[in-house]
Design a protein around this ligand. Structure first.
Ligand code: PEP
Length: 257
């Protein structure tokens, strides 16, 4: 059975106190209300929160902390960067890699993302690898080829054992922060195509065991329909992860799916 995952990407929001408050609410509610042991509730705050949240997290395998990025280098003279080893030392367990905002504003390319994935795996951190097309590519009817290429470029250098723990998040760029979500049919079609592409490279067993998340304006109102799709194993949530009640409502929709 695949792990179902709900991951909240806080992006660049919440100062130290606001972050502790939000995380405490999520910890408290998730502890009480998310009882399915097959569900992971992950929060991805800015770097400044990683250590405090990891430390305050109740001992509970359902809950985990993720970073939003890591350096492609292991250490050294890279001012302002944070390495995977540093992230590991905070107690975080996951790293979001390849978010479309990092690709767009920091010009991250497939080769750099492959290096970041390697750095994460060397520290036994699990990459949540983001992929997704712009509107022009969707309108040109080539989103599947585009997303497959993103996955091949950044991930297909891995051997099967290294690839196995990864999580993929399909996030169509036109749906991120726009209030315009992909239809459940569009999401299912893409997730099935991603799984098929992985099966061709790594075999059906690994592809069948991978968690593939949907991201892009997912909210308590549309989560149930998205999570009802056979190949949608959860969500990467931006805006709605900043309100504990909304985030928990989405987690509960996943639990009910
Ligand atoms: C995201 O940025 O990963 C995301 C899914 O954002 P939102 O839910 O706000 O569209």
């Amino acid at each position: 059975m695949r792990t179902k995952i709900i991951a909240g990407n806080w992006k660049m929001n919440n100062d130290f106190d606001a972050g502790l408050k939000l995380a405490s609410e999520v910890f408290y509610m998730a502890n009480d209300e998310i009882l399915n042991p097959n569900i992971k509730v992950i929060m991805a705050p800015p770097f400044i929160h990683l250590e405090a949240l990891s430390r305050r997290k109740p001992i509970n395998h359902k809950l985990a902390i993720a970073a939003q990025n890591c350096s492609e280098h292991s250490h050294g003279a890279y001012t302002g960067e944070v390495s995977a080893a540093m992230i590991k030392s905070t107690g975080a367990e996951y790293i979001i890699i390849g978010h479309s905002e990092r690709r767009a504003y920091h010009h991250e390319n497939g080769e750099q993302l492959a290096n970041k994935v390697n750095q994460a795996l060397q520290q036994e951190l699990i990459p949540i690898f983001c992929c997704g097309e712009e509107l022009s590519i969707r309108e040109a009817n080539t989103p599947i080829d585009f997303v497959k290429k993103q996955i091949e470029e950044a991930l297909f250098h891995l051997d099967a054992e290294s690839f196995k723990p990864l999580v993929i998040a399909y996030e169509p760029i036109w749906a991120i922060g726009t209030g315009k979500t992909a239809s459940s049919t569009q999401a299912q079609e893409m997730h099935a195509a991603i799984r098929d592409c992985i099966a061709q490279k790594y075999g059906k067993e690994i592809a069948g065991g991978m968690s593939i998340l949907y991201g892009g304006s997912c909210n308590p109102g549309n989560a149930s329909e998205l999570f009802a799709q056979a190949d949608v194993d959860g969500g990467l949530i931006g805006g709605a992860s900043l309100k504990s009640r909304d985030f928990l409502a989405i987690a509960k929709a996943l639990q009910a799916s």
